[in-house]
Design a protein. Structure first.
Length: 299
């Protein structure tokens, strides 16, 4: 794919990005663990604690639902049973939203089907996320545009430009309600496939032309070495999968950050924001002492 990208410029006046802890289904089907993860993600620097909502009977064909799912990460005999075990109903999501708000963090959820979109829209979270797997579900996108007052965040993984254009165009009359995330769909993703410059391409194609409000970055890689780069490239939302223990049973834990890593990620972004500036004067006050002590003087 040939892509023409204009030169990259760095804005030293960027605002701190919104940091999303993607809890997803890493709660192992336990409401108590979900509550704990909300609180811990907040203490680690997250602005948003985000879950997932699926209606498995709607999302899966009977063959997919009943397919044997015999592996170490399974919570059921079939894939459908596995998915059902990890699902919270709408009432539980309402409880988790209230709990998050009580602890000063934004609640959000990814929705994978129209039924789930309708159930979560009733809760009126600040935003609802559409995962990469469903960004071509134009009926669901249209429903949220017309029946949900908040923003919609859209992940761009495993998608063609044509598919993204069609999704973005649903919101052409209200682009201020749409955010688009650069993403490579893999768990975990090797660094050579993260493709950070996709942030620049999406920003130039969609944000700079007024088609979306903002560009985010959803990373599924290991570690935190590259996340701050996403901010420099123009991402105003950083999303990483979050878990309390990467050794837990489940398919997403291996591509998630534990509390220590997530805390360091938030810390590094804060430090980057503090450091990314020009000198206010040729010699800073902190340098004056060293200048007097060390600067060469011709005799």
């Amino acid at each position: 794919m040939e892509t023409k990208i204009t030169p990259i410029t760095i804005n030293p006046e960027f605002d701190l990005p919104m940091i999303v802890a993607e809890i997803g289904c890493n709660h192992k089907g336990s409401v108590e663990i979900a509550r704990q993860m909300i609180v811990v993600s907040k203490t680690c620097g997250a602005n948003v604690a985000k879950f997932q909502k699926r209606c498995s009977r709607e999302l899966l064909t009977p063959e997919q639902y009943n397919a044997p799912y015999d592996n170490p990460n399974s919570y059921g005999r079939t894939y459908g049973e596995h998915r059902e075990f990890l699902e919270f109903d709408a009432a539980t999501h309402a409880e988790l939203k209230k709990y998050a708000e009580q602890h000063g963090i934004i609640y959000s959820t990814s929705v994978w089907d129209l039924t789930s979109a309708k159930e979560i829209a009733v809760l009126q979270p600040k935003f609802i996320k559409i995962p990469s797997a469903c960004n071509n579900h134009l009926v669901m996108l249209t429903y949220l545009r017309d029946n949900f007052a908040g923003d919609v965040h859209l992940s761009a993984g495993m998608s063609t430009t044509e598919e993204l254009d069609a999704a973005v165009d649903i919101y052409k009359k209200c682009p201020q309600r749409l955010a688009l995330y650069s993403c490579t769909s893999g768990y975990p993703v090797p660094f050579e496939d993260v493709c950070m410059l996709e942030i620049v391409r999406l920003k130039q194609r969609y944000q700079d032309t007024g088609r979306v409000k903002s560009i985010g970055f959803s990373g599924h890689h290991n570690g935190i070495a590259i996340d701050s780069t996403a901010v420099l490239l123009g991402a105003s939302i950083i999303e990483r999968h979050f878990t309390l223990d990467r050794a837990w049973k489940g398919s997403d834990h291996a591509a998630s950050l534990e509390p220590g890593g997530f805390n360091r990620l938030a810390r590094d972004i804060l430090h980057l924001r503090s450091a990314l500036k020009y000198k206010k004067q040729e010699i800073l006050p902190i340098e004056e002492v060293q200048r007097k002590k060390l600067k060469y003087r011709a005799h």
